[in-house]
Design a protein around this ligand. Sequence first.
Ligand code: FES
Length: 136
Amino acid sequence: MKRRGFLKWLLALFSSVALASFVYPLLRFLAPPSSEAITKKLILRKAEVPAGGVKNIIFNDTPAIILNTRDKGYIVLSKVCTHLGCIVEYSRAQNRFICPCHAGVYDLEGNVLAGPPPKPLLKLPVRVEGDNIIIG
Ligand code: FES
């Protein structure tokens, strides 16, 4: 292969890679996620979350937490902060969720108590059937 041919081939390769790196994210953005991914359910045993306990879970690829409160039963919240998407942490000492990025503070029902978050944490549907906790 001559030098000119090789350079044309190399240019075509780089152009293809550049085009693919633009088109692929665009298609992923425009294509809606499958309904199966949105409607997955997660089943836990009640024994995994005793009264007053909490458990970190992953629900539909999103960090979440389940609380077994003594007065309101099971509460499941997304751990994704509604400000800029950092992962909030449960503070047992303060009985709150704290966002490490900009000090957003949420109560145990996900309501904003302080900081920049514009809205509460996303509450996920939960129900109890027999010995199981069904999320989603
Ligand atoms: Fe949580 Fe900013 S991302 S307060």
